[in-house]
Design a protein around this ligand. Structure first.
Ligand code: FMN
Length: 193
């Protein structure tokens, strides 16, 4: 991967009004932009005008920016609030727009919750789902428990411990994405759908 950046889009996974996940996503996005080994692109589920009478890869061409980003991506960051121990349906609808495009690429999870678990349970719920999409999950998650108290009114993160955490989180994602890109590029295509 010498001098090559990994292309890693980030998805803000909820459309909810007053969502705490927005400040989290913006901060992680900023941290990704600061690195010289990552190129990124911000996606927000609010920007997907999902039809109520259709679903899935059959309508992916209605969302060319997302489609083309995932075709080019080496991996993906999902910022996921925990809703009844699960993930927002809107985020699942966005992910389900594609399938082949995710295969043998990495995914890393940022969990967001208003209580002390920091999205641990929603991340666990996501693992079997992303596996069916063909994505390979990292294990260095980033957790934002008590999300409402983590940022000031300007979106400044109040806890400096996250600087070290986000580095480890992104380092593993870059490693996984690099290895998978190498495999997709160099191994015989008979091993890769
Ligand atoms: C429908 C719904 C279900 C929720 N379920 C949980 C939950 O199971 N566990 C939890 O810690 N917080 C739960 N919350 C609180 C969210 O985690 C909280 O809103 C947090 O700030 C992250 O979501 P946000 O980006 O929507 O703000 C729930 C919130 C909503 C709207």
């Amino acid at each position: 991967m010498k001098d090559e950046k990994m292309f890693l889009p980030i998805l803000l996974g909820t459309p909810r009004k007053n969502r705490e996940s927005e400040a989290v996503t913006k901060w992680v996005y900023l941290k990704m932009q600061e690195r010289d080994d990552i190129e990124t692109q911000f996606f927000d589920v609010r920007d997907f005008d999902l039809p109520m009478d259709d679903y899935g890869p059959g309508i992916k061409d209605l969302f060319p920016a997302w489609r083309d980003a995932i075709i080019r991506a080496d991996g993906l960051v999902l910022v996921i609030p925990e809703y009844n121990h699960g993930y927002p349906g809107t985020m699942k609808s966005v992910l389900d727009l594609l399938l082949q495009e995710y295969i043998h690429k990495a995914v890393a999870f940022v969990g967001v919750s208003s209580h002390n678990w920091g999205g641990t349970r929603v991340i666990e719920a996501c693992v079997p789902m992303v596996r069916e999409l063909g994505l390979a999950a990292t294990f260095t998650d980033l957790h934002f428990p008590f999300a409402g108290s983590k940022f000031d009114e300007n979106g400044k993160l109040l806890d400096e411990a996250y600087e070290k955490r986000v580095k480890g989180f992104l380092d593993e994602l870059v490693w996984m994405s690099s290895v998978l890109r190498w495999g997709r590029t160099n191994l015989p295509s008979k091993y890769h759908q």
